[in-house]
Write a protein that binds this ligand. Sequence first.
Ligand code: GLY
Length: 394
Amino acid sequence: MSAQPATRNTGSLRVAVIGGGIIGLCTALELRGRGADVAVYESGMELGAGVTMRAAGMLGAAFEWAIEAEQRSLAALARHAGMLWPDFAARVERMSGGGMEFSPEGAIVIARRDGEIEWLETLVAACQARGVPARRLSLKELAHEERGLTGKVKGALLLPEDRQIDAQIALQRLGAALSRAGVGFKFGRKIERIIGGQVFQMPDGERFDRIVLATGAGALPAFAGPRGAPLEHGLVAMVPVKGQMLALAPVDCGPRHVIHSRDIYLAPKSRWVLVGATIERGRADTAVEPARIAALKAQAAELVPALANAPEVTSWAGIRPGTPDDAPMIGQTAIPGVFAALGHYRNGVLFAPATAELVADQVIDGKVSPLAAAFDPLRFDKQDEAARSLSERT
Ligand code: GLY
């Protein structure tokens, strides 16, 4: 990324980023670093009020890469994003003057049942085949890394390049970095309609040359031409995937690394241990269900027994923005000048700096890299068209 503090330049390309979650903020920072004049519109009253505020902050490039080994482009994006994060975090920390709890500790994947050893081996093989560091840990090594783990473990894997941040703190740091770089924020602005044409006019009368949609699981604005005729962006609707999560107070003998089991993950921060998360496809409500939270706590305590006595700090539910193929939508929509940075499903925090680069390449330079091409936001339409023309021919 090339984000540098910059002064406002009236001759710059004016870009409105719709959505103040981590995708919108990283994209705004990248665009600003490349000389654009950027404003961020956030429908809530604080940054990340949609999904980022509820994220676990894992940068699970290797874990996600390995479990998505079949989706090569997604794996490549995860790997690229994972490599960007250390420098990106350091840059934002420098720009904002505060840390975001970037932790380079690595993640540990645990097999607890006999059948899960095969799963672990599949992850190892997927990593090894493509040069992603992954190391099987002996039970003795595991006990050294995580002294609070249950003894009922069948096998373990260390993914040294999987890191984490505190997502909520990162939002504050990004906000400060952006303010210092001269990016404007507009809070409490749910953008329902944008008038397109040579330029785009927002409901508040502000005008922009380009629009970036980074609305997470929120509703997209409608677009209309100067005479009011609708403009179609051609994007499919997001698939909501609810996740419920629990925050437990830190305990002695609590986890040090991010720990993945087949059922849950533990993401320890300085202020709490996050236990996540349910995966409820098609659900868009944010109700927290005590039975689900109790199940998460019980599973956490099976992994790390000391967590059985950890007080519950809070719990919440967030809506992951899924897509029909669980890959993001990055690039120009059917409306020239309107770009998508959407559909990051489980990996918005991980992907954010990489998405920001790919979007800025297109917004500023009109350049669609081979990596970005795999995430064409209009690919679902094209798949439908291909299927239609095939069925017409047969
Ligand atoms: N990235 C973790 C989750 O979606 O639960």
